[in-house]
Design a protein around this ligand. Structure first.
Ligand code: HEM
Length: 541
């Protein structure tokens, strides 16, 4: 029997009967769900912004931003290693340099790639907290200064370290050690050149930087024999190097669980277990150093009871002196000391590697800096020292220009968190939003810096060195700005400038034949060279 389409349709309708109430409810629910997902997907800034507290009626407009991949948002910008560049491209494309909203899973972000708005955010008391990743929490960093919530405990740590670790007097007092370590580095480079004819600078810089922080914070130093397997059972040094690099890796990894609460429980990446193992090792290592200090102090008690900070003790002594008054537990002290080692090592080594890469690439700049050093020291055949640095403006301009082109913290390392509802540039930002500044985007913006892609240290001389880099001018603020600006900035700069002067005074840096210099970047916890620099250091003296 042949049936016309009309007949077939009427038959089906008869068989289906009147619409079933449960079925139509399901259909409506599906429709609502689909519409909601679609709306969330298209929402400026994506899912986390769609779920956020509604903007008050008087708040001007919502923050512009990409909705990203449904539910995931901009996850893939963060799983790659060029997050700063990806975010810059998106904010340029959306004309959202001032402020852009986006989501990573259920985490709500805003980012600024423009100096004025960046300053407004970093200097606002509303953004005085930091979001604490699970790995940071597991590694006890929430008890250290960098991740401690804004409040009495954090203020106390800032005050103690500003007085006893980062004060100009303390930074100057450690100049002698910096210079000694720099000279050891020079000697080691000479040996490497004789043995291999080339220098892989990363490992060396990392070792020296670690040693420098160890001396400042723990009052301990290690020699190069220890690094090369010589020395007398100094496996401590190697262990510490391992602990620090494991910590870097763990803090730098993108943890899906930080942005997707369901995945957090599962810990599919196994980060929690690794963090706990590392935490136990760090507790044992740093705990041992604290105990050694206690024993030494006990033994010395009675002979000298000088409580005054005469600039000769280390930071462990300072914390032990203040232990009771500031109610610091052993766990707090371990966290604080560990963070200093951690933060002070990587940034300095990474910045110097970028500078040396630039020196190899720009022989004219290198020669000019060397001529400046030779002129400043006159005919005296002595090693360059801290006191020579004020007379080396070109060398300091090289450091600034490298910080501009290769900021170690292109997204200002550790983001900020809105502690309460606030407004930025007239936009409503709900409490709990993570705020970031794309310092890399600002320092590469042609509207802010002429010829941003060119390495020209002279730009800092032409303006009379006018752009301050310590956080007051957001055109170049590699150390952040506001309440949570980097407290170690003066110490970090003093180290980088002195070691650069020593390295340039002693060697001419040239590329290894056929190898050149690869400036590719890789953003982990800090932005480092993707392929570490291997070059030749030809002795000048
Ligand atoms: C070239 C060297 C360095 C660079 C580029 C650098 C960069 C930064 C940046 C961008 C921040 C975040 C600032 C903000 O949120 O506004 C920061 C914070 C911090 N830095 Fe540095 N840093 C350097 C050296 C050091 C050194 C040598 C130490 C200590 C030994 C240190 C300890 C810290 C600490 C403890 C914080 C957290 C401060 C807080 O949250 O209150 N940094 N650093």
């Amino acid at each position: 029997m042949v049936m016309s389409p009309d007949e077939a349709f009427s038959l089906l309708a008869l068989q289906a009967g009147p619409p079933h109430p449960v079925l139509s409810l399901q259909l409506s629910l599906c429709f609502v769900l689909f519409a909601a997902i679609f709306a969330f997907w298209l929402w400026p800034g994506g899912l986390a912004w769609a779920l956020a507290k509604a903007r008050p009626a008087k708040a001007a407009t919502s923050v512009p931003g990409p909705s990203g991949v449904p539910v995931l948002g901009l996850v893939f910008a963060f799983t790659g290693s060029l997050t700063h560049r990806v975010l810059d491209e998106i904010s340029r494309a959306l004309e959202a340099k001032k402020l852009m909203a986006f989501s990573v899973g259920f985490t709500r972000f805003v980012i600024s790639s423009e100096p004025e708005t960046a300053k407004e955010m970093l200097n606002s008391s509303a953004f005085a907290d930091r979001p604490v990743k699970e790995s940071a929490y597991e590694l006890l960093f929430h008890r250290a200064m960098g991740f401690a919530p804004y409040g009495e405990y954090w203020r106390n740590l800032r005050r103690i370290s500003a007085t006893h670790l980062f004060s100009p007097r303390r930074v100057a007092a450690f100049g002698r050690f910096r210079a000694e370590i720099g000279l050891q580095m020079v000697a080691e480079i000479k040996c490497l050149m004789e043995e291999r004819g080339e220098v892989g600078v990363r490992k060396l810089l990392h070792f020296c930087s670690l040693n420098n922080v160890m001396m400042t914070v723990f009052g301990r130093s290690y020699d190069f024999g220890a690094r090369n397997g010589g020395g007398h059972g100094r496996s401590d040094e190697l262990e510490l190097e391992r602990l620090v690099s494991e910590g870097y890796e763990l803090l730098g990894v993108f943890n899906w669980g930080d942005h997707f609460p369901l995945l957090r429980r599962l810990d599919l990446q196994g980060l929690r277990g690794r963090c706990r193992k590392l935490r136990d090792k760090v507790n044992a290592f740093v705990g041992r150093i604290i105990e050694d200090h206690r024993m030494r102090r006990k033994a010395a008690r009675g002979q000298s009871n000088d409580e005054e900070d005469d600039g000769s003790g280390d930071f462990v002594d300072v914390l032990l002196d203040l232990e009771k008054e500031n109610r610091l537990s052993d766990a707090d002290m371990i966290a604080v000391l560990w963070e200093m080692i951690f933060r002070g090592t990587d940034t300095v080594a990474i910045l110097l590697e970028w500078i040396l890469a630039r020196m190899v690439l720009h022989p004219d700049v290198q020669a000019k800096a060397q001529a400046e050093i030779d002129a400043a020291l006159g005919s005296a055949a002595r090693a360059v020292a801290d006191s020579d640095l004020p007379g080396l403006p070109y060398l300091r301009a090289i450091v600034k220009e490298t910080l501009r082109m290769h900021p170690p913290g292109p997204l200002l390392s550790w983001a900020r968190l809105a502690v309460h509802d606030t407004h930025v540039g007239g936009h409503f930002i709900p409490a709990g939003t993570t705020a970031m500044v794309n310092m890399w985007a600002i320092t590469h913006d042609e509207a802010v810096w002429p010829d941003p892609g060119e390495f020209k240290p002279e730009r800092f001389l032409e303006e009379g060195g006018g752009v301050g880099i310590m956080g007051s001018d957001l055109r170049l603020a590699p150390f952040g700005s506001g309440r949570r600006v980097c407290p170690g900035k003066a110490m970090g700069l003093a180290t980088v400038e002195l070691w650069l002067a020593q390295l340039l005074q002693n060697f001419k840096w040239v590329s290894y034949p056929d190898r050149g210099v690869d400036l590719s970047e890789r953003l982990k916890l800090s932005m480092e060279m993707k392929h570490s620099l291997v070059c030749k250091a030809i002795p000048r003296v």
